[in-house]
Design a protein around this ligand. Structure first.
Ligand SMILES: Nc1ncnc2c1ncn2[C@@H]1O[C@H](COP(=O)(O)OP(=O)(O)OP(=O)(O)O)[C@@H](O)[C@H]1O
Ligand SMILES: [Mg+2]
Length: 267
C-alpha cells in the first residue's frame, strides 16, 4: 500500500451545454497522502464539487488521469468503478442524503448490501459499530425525521465509514448546520482522521477549514493556493471551551453563587 491515496495528473472537465463550453476544471495536479485532512475552498462555480465527483468516480474527467489507492481509474469498466467507489470511498453531502422513513441502522447498512466484493460479513453488527463510532449508539432505530441535523450528518458519516474506506470525500458537510453543530461534526472528522482516515472536505467557511491540516483553494477550475493550515485548531477543545462559556451563562440560574465563582475562576 503506497503512501499516496490520490494522484491526479492534468485533470480537466469541460461541460458542453448547447453552443458554449464550461471549463469546470482546467488542469488539476493534486497529490493526497494517506492521513491528510484537506479543506477544499474557493468561490462558487470554481470547480470544487466537480473535482469531488471525479475523485469519487461519480463522473469522469474530459482529459487527464488519476490514481486512487494505486488503481488507475481510467482503466476501469463500469462494474469496477462501482466496486472501487464502494470499497475505497465514503461520501458525505451537505444535505445528508439519508433515506427517509428508514432507520439510522438501515441507512448505514446500505453500502454493505451493495458490496459486490463477496466478502462475507455481518452487516448489521458493522453498521452498529459505525454508529457507535460517531456517538449514536442510542439512536440506531431512529429515522432521519427523528434526528437533529447534526445527528443526521453523523448517520451519514457512519454510512460513509462502514465500508472502511481509504478516503472520505465530504462536499460542504457543515453547510446546513449551525456553527456549534459544525464544530461537533468537525471534531468527529478530526477524530476519524487521527485514526488514519484521509479526509477531503469542501467548505466555504474559514472557521471550518481551520480544523483541516491543508487548504487547497480553487479559482476558475485551477488550484490557486495549496498550503498547510496555520494555527490549526482542535475542534474538541473548542467545544469544551464553548461549554465553559455556556456554563457561565447558565450558572446564575442553576448553581449557587459560590459554584459560579469557582467556575468563573477555572474559565
Ligand atoms: N452537469 C453540469 N453541466 C454543465 N455545467 C456544469 C455541470 N456541473 C457543474 N457545471 C458548471 O461547472 C462549474 C463548476 O461547478 P462546481 O459545481 O464544481 O462548482 P463549486 O465550486 O462546487 O461551486 P459551489 O461552491 O457553488 O458548490 C460551474 O460553472 C457550473 O456551472
Ligand atoms: Mg459545490
Amino acid at each position: 500500500m503506497s503512501d499516496v491515496v490520490i494522484q491526479t495528473n492534468a485533470i480537466t472537465k469541460t461541460y458542453e451545454s448547447g453552443s458554449n463550453s464550461v471549463h469546470a476544471l482546467r488542469g488539476i495536479d493534486l497529490t493526497v497522502h494517506r492521513g491528510e485532512f484537506i479543506a477544499v475552498m474557493g468561490q462558487s462555480g470554481s470547480g470544487k464539487s466537480t473535482l469531488m465527483n471525479v475523485l469519487g468516480c461519480l463522473d469522469t474527467p474530459t482529459s487527464g488521469n488519476y490514481l486512487i489507492d494505486d488503481v488507475h481509474v481510467e482503466t476501469l469498466n463500469k462494474n469496477e468503478l462501482a466496486a472501487i467507489r464502494n470499497e475505497k470511498i465514503g461520501f458525505v453531502f451537505q444535505g445528508f442524503n439519508l433515506l427517509a422513513r428508514t432507520s439510522a441502522l438501515e441507512n448505514v447498512e446500505l453500502p454493505l448490501l451493495y458490496d459486490r466484493s463477496g466478502r462475507k460479513r455481518d452487516s448489521r453488527a458493522m453498521a452498529i459499530a459505525a454508529l457507535e463510532r460517531v456517538g449514536l449508539a442510542d439512536r440506531v432505530n431512529h429515522q432521519p425525521s427523528e434526528l437533529s441535523g447534526g445527528q443526521q450528518q453523523r448517520v451519514a458519516i457512519a454510512r460513509a465509514l462502514v465500508t472502511e474506506p481509504a478516503l472520505i470525500l465530504a462536499d460542504e458537510p457543515t453547510g446546513n448546520l449551525d456553527s456549534r453543530t459544525s464544530i461537533e461534526v468537525m471534531s468527529l472528522f478530526q477524530a476519524l482522521n487521527e485514526q488514519g482516515i484521509t479526509v477531503l472536505l469542501v467548505t466555504h467557511e474559514p472557521d471550518v477549514a481551520i480544523y483541516a491540516k491543508r487548504i487547497v483553494e480553487f479559482r476558475d477550475g485551477r488550484i490557486r493556493r495549496d498550503e498547510p493550515v496555520k494555527n490549526r485548531r482542535n475542534a474538541a477543545e473548542d467545544l469544551a471551551n464553548a461549554e465553559v462559556l455556556d456554563d457561565d451563562i447558565m450558572a446564575p440560574v442553576i448553581a449557587p453563587a459560590a459554584t459560579v465563582a469557582v467556575a468563573g475562576g477555572v474559565a
